[in-house]
Design a protein. Structure first.
Length: 256
């Protein structure tokens, strides 16, 4: 039967992680894995092959569609090592720092790598490893395998195909590209609006200085501002600044 677990909230506490492990064991369904959950009864964390398997699953959880991910557990993905539908098995005792260092070989570091956290859960005299992968978001780059391993090439994009992590199809690559561009578009709009606000501030300052000058400056005994040509120029400056202010206001941007 499917894993019976409340996915309406993230798994943010030790008790919730224990409940997840219990749900996996109780379900007794080797096909119960889904887009947000993967488990492995065992994995040799001391071997390069074991780290590759974990890295592949983490990449697949990070490369999910944003809306699909948000439907469960606040968008987080979970990889459980040392528990399965057949019971508790336990995972090798490596610290979170050691696991992070080992996985960096395949996942990379910094902005190129997916964000994840390792938790150790003690149950029934054994230790289970629960890896929590951060929710995907618009603007995220494609998370790719950084190093080749056996037949897997560096640069491979892994995604979830039901309960399996495997290379992305053309349609899934297009989805990930759209996810990336969605965030870049939002950033671009914000940047352009910020530049527009700055330009407005400079223009308003120029108008203020111009008005002060034409009021004080005189030619042939008359202030410059009294002359029709100057009035027309200043009026046109004010009209254009006012129009820009209206446009910015329509974009919910505060002009300062």
């Amino acid at each position: 039967m499917p894993v019976a677990f409340d996915t309406t909230i993230p798994i943010a506490t030790p008790q919730r992680r224990e409940d997840l492990i219990d749900a996996i064991i109780t379900a007794a369904d080797k096909h119960g894995e889904t887009h947000w959950l993967e488990w492995k009864s065992e994995c040799d964390l001391g071997a390069r092959a074991g780290m590759f398997e974990l890295a592949k699953e983490i990449l697949a959880l990070a490369n999910r569609d944003v809306s699909t991910a948000q439907a469960d557990c606040g968008g987080f993905g979970y990889l459980v090592v040392g528990a399965s539908e057949s019971g508790l098995h336990g995972a090798p005792a490596f610290s979170a720092t050691e696991i992070q260092q080992k996985l960096a070989y395949f996942l990379g570091t910094g902005l190129e790598a997916p964000a994840w956290t390792a938790h150790h859960v003690a149950m029934g005299g054994k230790t289970v490893l629960v890896i929590e992968v951060a929710p995907p978001a618009d603007g995220d780059p494609l998370r790719v395998l950084q190093r080749a391993f056996e037949k897997a090439r560096a640069g491979t994009v892994y995604v979830r195909h039901g309960e399996i992590a495997s290379p992305a199809t053309p349609d899934q690559m297009r989805m990930l590209q759209a996810r990336f561009l969605a965030g870049r578009f939002d950033d671009l709009v914000t940047e352009r609006l910020a530049l527009a606000v700055q330009a407005y501030s400079h223009a308003q300052r120029c108008l203020d200085l111009t008005l002060d000058w034409v009021r004080e400056r005189e030619t042939f005994g008359r202030p410059l501002l009294s002359r029709q040509a100057v009035q027309n120029t200043v009026t046109e400056m004010a009209r254009r600044i006012s129009a820009a202010t209206d446009e910015l206001a329509a974009s919910d941007v505060r002009c300062v």
